[in-house]
Design a binder for this molecule. Structure first.
Ligand code: C5P
Length: 226
């Protein structure tokens, strides 16, 4: 029997990564940060000196790049590309924008499909992204679509990047996020939208703990965890 999958999709800054991590920890399940794979593809392309418009080259890299997902001794995530720790480089808004560009190409999405599905291992998987519930795991046991107002999402990302020591400006970040959301929502393949059977949660004004509790309660009502 296929292991159970919980999908958490939503726009940038909706908090899906944080929520997904907390839910996976609670359930003792695996975690897939699918956005990291698109970010890694953009980064691998830049490092290989690919033309930013080279679709086939990026698709080849998406399927072949050598990446690992692990954690540091303090429990925070650690992602490597060709053996090198690229965790902080991956989080920059430049890499995010690059990711959103390569993510619009069907060839790249196709090349990442098998990689993403391979994360579904016992005892279960929590997967976050844009198309987890609509395309990658259409049979997921629970699909969450997380939203929040544009202002709050920009502010959350701003604080996140500031905490990591990045020099960012809120107006510039808001603009970049709006551009990225518009590209993610209007692209022809796997656009950002809730699956018809998704539970939509608006996290504006809610704390992380409140959103996690809500997701855990829905999962409990479906007997996914005690
Ligand atoms: O979630 P994150 O901000 O890391 O995602 C970076 C970009 O990767 C998104 O803006 C989106 O274009 C793309 N992405 C996607 N499908 C996913 C996850 C991310 O297209 N499942």
């Amino acid at each position: 029997m296929a292991p159970p999958v919980v999908t958490i999709d939503g726009p940038s800054g909706s908090g899906k990564g944080t929520i997904a991590r907390a839910v996976a920890r609670h359930a003792g399940w695996h975690l897939l940060d699918s956005g990291a794979l698109y970010r890694l593809t953009a980064l691998a392309g830049a490092r290989a000196g690919l033309d930013p418009q080279d679709v086939q080259g990026h698709a080849r890299l998406a399927g072949a790049m050598n990446v690992t997902f692990g954690s540091q001794s303090d429990g925070t995530e650690r992602i490597t590309l060709d053996g090198e720790d690229v965790t902080s480089e991956l989080r920059s808004e430049t890499t995010g924008s690059g990711a959103s560009r390569v993510a619009a190409w069907p060839e790249v999405r196709e090349a990442l499909l098998a990689r993403q599905r391979a994360f579904a291992q016992p005892p279960g998987l929590v997967a976050d992204g844009r198309d987890m519930g609509t395309v990658v795991f259409p049979d997921a046991a629970l699909k969450i679509f997380l939203t929040a107002s544009a202002e709050e999402r920009a502010l959350r990302r701003y604080k996140q990047l500031k905490d990591k020591g990045s020099d960012v400006s809120l107006p510039a970040l808001s603009r970049e996020i709006a551009e990225r959301d518009s590209r993610d929502s209007t692209r022809a393949v796997a656009p950002l939208k809730p699956a018809p059977d998704a539970e939509v949660i608006d996290s504006t004004g809610l704390s992380i703990g409140q959103v996690v509790d809500r997701v855990l309660a829905i999962g409990r009502s479906r007997s996914l965890w005690p």
